[in-house]
Design a protein around this ligand. Structure first.
Ligand code: URA
Length: 192
């Protein structure tokens, strides 16, 4: 087993037994993350929904199907060259937004995942990811399409796919964001 996989599995094992916040009590499954550990791009959502909680996999409901299509449009997939994680690994009841405290409690797992994968690009999907990864005052409408070079990681943001399902008028902006991710990969000479 390679080193990354061993570290990932070890971290997942710890996460599976986590009870650091109240979300643990009502979960069916921990949704740790899914994809290729050598990926150049990591997508970070908010937290598992109903389907994800039932299956233990991220982004498998309607929003996930849209995310898969958005990734495919720029040559990315969780099976081949991308990885998908969330800010919180357990489903918030009724799909409410995780509280800042729940996000903060879970964030060490995401930091450790980033440290293992060492993606070149981190894509925040929606407001919750933006607030935890950029800063608590950041707004998705202002941060989307922007790029920040932080400690060697290029960080950007786009709308959460669930928001696009609710408001398709934002799809053009999201498509521009996805094309910008492709251009950044080309600039970094990855996936050419
Ligand atoms: N929404 C998210 O933010 N993450 C998932 O895994 C599924 C839906």
């Amino acid at each position: 087993m390679n080193d990354k996989l061993a570290r990932w599995n070890q971290l997942e094992e710890i996460c599976l037994h986590c009870s650091a916040c109240q979300l643990a009590a009502r979960r069916t499954n921990v949704v740790f993350g899914e994809g290729v550990l050598d990926s150049a791009v990591m997508f970070v959502g908010e937290g598992p929904g109903e389907q994800e909680d039932l299956q233990g996999r991220p982004f498998v409901g309607p929003a996930g199907q849209l995310l898969d299509r958005m990734m495919a449009a720029i040559g990315l997939s969780r099976a081949e060259n991308a990885i998908i994680c969330n800010i919180v690994k357990c489903r918030p009841p009724g799909n409410r937004t995780p509280s800042p405290e729940e996000g903060d409690k879970c964030l060490p797992f995401l930091r450790a995942q980033v440290d293992i994968v060492r993606p070149r690009i981190i894509v925040c999907l929606g407001a919750t990811a933006v607030r935890h990864i950029f800063n608590p005052e950041s707004r998705i409408t202002r941060m989307r399409g922007q790029w920040l070079d932080r400690k060697g990681f290029w960080i950007t943001a786009t709308y959460h796919p669930a928001a696009l399902l609710r408001d398709p008028s934002r799809k053009a902006e999201a498509w521009a964001d996805m094309k910008a991710i492709k251009s950044k990969l080309e600039e970094l000479r990855i996936n050419e």
